[in-house]
Ligand binder design. Structure first.
Ligand SMILES: [Zn+2]
Length: 359
């Protein structure tokens, strides 16, 4: 292509200037005037710097392609796997979003390759859409349904464009109106729970993971009852009583394991048992959640166990206590610091509930 640079005029310059403005660059007092002047050149240089291009203030082939890719937003076009791969910032948004939701789209490189396609298919399966790997209107709408989760995540720049409201179908109808208690296992101060080798507190992780899980449920029309606010301390019996009083259908207590043995690792889920007596439905719930945790996190299967824990014993509905990994294991503590991993835990528990309600 012809190089567009200082002194150039015409429609191409208008196009470049419009894209620069859209990307938030300042074109000074002249704005979009179709004349490649001092301000346009400065903006092009800044853009080139931001995108790791040669900084010469000239729009050649590379800079032009990068300008086009940078201005794509999710929803501007249909995304799918083709050759050559589709590239652009809309693909980056998509990848970031899928990763946050726990569907591995690989590195956020803006290239719609096979790993990204696979993640799209997984996502579609999860929300009961046709699993065709094509990001078109119905998949975009499903993404919109998840936008509130992303609002609570400052790293996600998923567009929050309002579209038509979600329809009550598929997975939404499973959760609609269900009353679920989300119990943060620990509240700091005064109860940090277990503490990892680098100082990560169990309380902080179970609040965050529990809230991510609650957001998923809330989004799909369930009624989420938190047994306490973040950072607040409420006793065990009080939390169990609250769930009883509000007649919730399920009680999910979020914990992270701790041990003096730093090699201890893996996922476990607990249900109520004492002597010969155990909660049948609690065990069933623990089983499906445990299966989802193990298959999604890929950590060691610590299995399900019947325990006489207070919150399991004093709650009258099926109740489980989850311990997805060990915070005291350095490798697992490191995973717990990642947003994507936390979201994976939340999605796995959510998938367990989905199976439980569907059964
Ligand atoms: Zn705990």
């Amino acid at each position: 292509m012809q190089l567009i640079k200082r002194g150039s005029r015409g429609n191409e310059v208008v196009d470049i200037q419009t894209r620069l403005i859209k990307l938030g660059f300042n074109l000074g007092p002249t704005g979009v005037d179709g004349i490649f002047g001092k301000y346009t050149e400065l903006a092009v240089k800044k853009f080139q710097q931001d995108r790791g291009l040669l900084i010469d203030g000239i729009v050649g082939e590379d800079t032009w392609r990068e300008l086009v890719e940078a201005t794509y937003r999710l929803g501007d076009r249909i995304l799918y796997l083709r050759s050559p791969f589709l590239r652009g910032d809309d693909v980056k948004q998509l990848q970031r979003f899928l990763n946050i939701l726990g569907f591995n789209a690989g590195p956020v490189d803006g290239i719609f390759g096979s790993l990204t396609e696979k993640a799209v298919r997984e996502f579609q399966k999860n929300v009961e859409l046709v699993s065709d790997g094509i990001v078109g209107p119905s998949t975009l709408r499903a993404f919109q349904n998840f936008r509130r989760i992303l609002k609570s995540n400052e790293h996600a720049d998923f567009p929050v464009r309002e579209e038509e409201p979600p329809t009550s179908r598929g997975v939404i109808s499973i959760f609609k109106g269900k009353r679920v208690a989300v119990d943060f296992g620990h509240g700091y101060p005064p109860d940090p729970g277990a503490v990892g080798p680098s100082g990560l507190r169990e309380s902080e992780v179970c609040e965050d993971v529990g809230e991510r899980f609650g957001n998923l449920l809330d989004l799909l029309g369930a009624k989420v009852i938190y047994t306490r606010k973040k950072g607040e301390f409420v006793g065990l019996s009080e939390r169990a009583n609250l769930a009883n009083d509000l007649k919730v259908e399920l009680f999910i207590s979020f914990h992270i394991s701790g041990s003096t043995d730093t090699k201890a690792e893996g996922s476990s889920t607990y249900y109520f048992a004492s002597g010969n007596h155990f909660s049948k439905r609690g065990k069933k719930l623990a089983q499906v959640i445990q299966e989802e945790l193990v298959s999604s996190l890929g950590r060691k299967d610590g299995r399900i166990h019947g325990k006489n824990f207070l919150v399991l014993r004093e709650t009258r509905m099926p109740a489980v206590l989850i311990e997805p990994v060990y915070i005291t294991n350095p490798e697992e503590e490191k995973l717990l610091k990642e947003d994507v991993f936390r979201q994976k835990i939340a999605v796995a528990v959510f998938d367990g509930l989905k199976r439980y309600f569907q059964a």
